[in-house]
Ligand binder design. Structure first.
Ligand code: GLU
Length: 284
C-alpha cells in the first residue's frame, strides 16, 4: 500500500455530467478521503472538436454542488500541450513513432484490399501502410507539408518494453496486459496534438496518481497505458475499474441516450444528497 493515496476524476468536457459520472467521481473521492489522501480533478479537453469551455465550467459547478472537493488547482490538459509534445519526442527519439499520412478513406481502401478488417479496442486496426514507407518517401511527404498523425510502432514498442506487462486491479489481483491488440495506435492525431492515451498516462504520472478509478469500459485501455508507462519509465498506479451505472431500462447511461444530467436533476428539485444516493452502486 503506498503511503499516500492519490486518486483523480478526469472527465472530458464533451457534455454535462450524468449519474454515471457522479458515480465515478464519488468513488475516487471517497477512496481518497477515507484514506486521508488526495483527490484531483483534471479536465481532459484535448480534442478541440468535441470539448467546450461551457461544459468544463458546468462540470466544476456540478461536482461542487454534489459536495465534492478536490486538492490543488484543476488541471486543464489543453494548457499543457508542450508537455505532451515532450513525451511524444521521447518516444520519437526511441524510434517508436512514425508519421501516418493516411485518411480514413485510405485506410478503408487498404483494408478492403487485404480482405479482412481486424478490430482492436479503439476500432479498426491500422494495416501499417505508412510504417512501410521508405525513408525517402516519408521525407518527401513531410517536406510537402502533408498532414500526418503519429502512430506507435507497436512491434518495436513491444520489443523495447519489459514483458510481460500487468496491472494491479483492486479486488482481483494482477491482470496480464495485451497491448498488441491496439495495433499501431495513434498517439497524436492530425487535428489533435496528443491522444487521450498519451495525455492520461502522462498526467497520472506527473500528478503522482496512485489509484486510477474509472469505468470498466476503459479497462482495455489500461493495457496500452501500462505499455506507455513502461516505455516512458512512469510508475504504474493501481486500478479500480467500476461497473457502469445502468439506467432503469438496464442500458448504460450515456450522453447519447440523453441520460438525465446532474444539472437537470438539480433543476428538477433533487438535493445533492438525493443525487449522491442515486449515483450509488453496490460497489461504491
Ligand atoms: N477522460 C476520459 C473520459 O472522460 C476518462 C479518463 C480516465 O479516467 O482515464 O472518458
Amino acid at each position: 500500500m503506498p503511503a499516500t493515496i492519490v486518486t483523480r476524476f478526469a472527465p472530458s468536457p464533451t457534455g454535462r455530467l450524468h449519474l454515471g459520472h457522479a458515480h465515478s467521481a464519488l468513488l475516487g473521492w471517497r477512496a481518497a478521503r477515507a484514506a486521508g489522501g488526495r483527490f484531483l480533478l483534471r479536465l481532459e479537453d484535448i480534442d478541440p472538436a468535441r470539448c467546450r469551455p461551457e461544459y468544463a465550467a458546468g462540470i466544476v459547478q456540478d461536482l461542487a454542488w454534489l459536495g465534492l472537493d478536490w486538492d490543488g488547482p484543476v488541471r486543464v490538459q489543453s494548457e499543457h500541450l508542450p508537455e505532451y509534445r515532450a513525451a511524444l519526442n521521447r518516444l520519437e527519439g526511441m524510434g517508436l513513432l512514425y508519421p501516418c499520412f493516411c485518411t480514413r478513406a485510405d485506410i478503408a481502401r487498404e483494408v478492403a484490399a487485404i480482405g479482412h478488417a481486424p478490430h482492436g479496442p479503439d476500432g479498426l486496426l491500422y494495416p501499417g501502410t505508412c510504417r512501410r514507407l521508405s525513408a525517402a518517401e516519408r521525407a518527401e511527404r513531410l517536406a510537402r507539408g502533408e498532414a500526418y498523425a503519429l502512430r506507435l510502432d507497436m512491434g518495436a514498442a513491444l520489443r523495447r518494453a519489459p514483458t510481460p506487462l500487468s496491472f494491479l486491479e483492486l479486488g482481483e489481483g494482477r491482470i496480464r496486459c495485451d497491448p498488441a491488440r491496439f495495433g499501431d495506435v495513434v498517439l497524436a492525431r492530425k487535428d489533435t496534438p496528443a491522444s487521450y492515451h498519451l495525455c492520461v498516462t502522462h498526467d497520472d504520472a506527473l500528478q503522482g496518481v496512485t489509484l486510477v478509478t474509472r469505468a470498466e469500459d476503459l479497462r482495455p485501455a489500461t493495457d496500452l497505458h501500462r505499455l506507455l508507462q513502461a516505455l516512458l519509465r512512469w510508475p504504474a498506479p493501481r486500478y479500480r475499474h467500476h461497473r457502469l451505472l445502468l439506467g432503469p431500462d438496464g442500458r448504460r447511461l450515456s450522453k447519447r441516450d440523453k441520460a438525465p444530467t446532474l444539472a437537470a436533476l438539480r433543476e428538477a428539485g433533487r438535493s445533492p444528497a438525493e443525487v449522491r444516493a442515486m449515483a450509488r452502486w453496490p460497489d461504491a
